[in-house]
Design a protein around this ligand. Sequence first.
Ligand code: CA
Length: 224
Amino acid sequence: MRLLLVEDDRLLGDALHAGLTRTGYAVDWVRDGEAASTSLADGGLDTYAAVVLDLGLPKRDGLEVLRSLRRRSLALPVLILTARDTIEDRIRGLDAGADDYLVKPFDLGELTARLRALVRRANGRPLPMIEIQGVALDPAAHTVRVDGTPVELSAKEFALLHVLMLNAGRVLSRTQLEQQLYSWDAEVGSNTVEVYIHHLRRKLGRDLIRTIRGVGYLIGQAPT
Ligand code: CA
């Protein structure tokens, strides 16, 4: 799952990038408002699961970035992360289209919990656990069980399964999966997704993930 992190403070940005990456996110980090808007142009809307947005930014204020994003996309979850902590600031941020608001200093555990909540709501899933065909995935605990038995997955296998399960009923192409799994700075091999799908089938059974020839991969029933 890929995040856009918009933060101009180098120390905080570094810590967030490291912390969110450790949690299993692929993180693209930009340091000013213009770069944020560029990242969110066109392709960005399908690429990111959520945006973590600072407000006090060089070149373009975070609220402006948010307003221009909301003119094009209502769906992409945005969490504002800022030192502006008056009640008026929070109201302005939420009214500009933010989905959540966290004031610095904050706890990384709370940030990631809020992101999980935003992502599942954006995908129309009120429940924290996702369960399909006997496979149960817990995004908070990072665990997967098949018919109640825990299965060990690597971080990337888990991320791939999570994206497919969140999008159950939708066919995702290899390119779409790569975009959601890898940040800009990651090296992606040409058959990486196929390899992970292969591993997942070996560990979870062959029937969960279906290949739709020439289109991509699917969990659950395809729309008819
Ligand atoms: Ca700032």
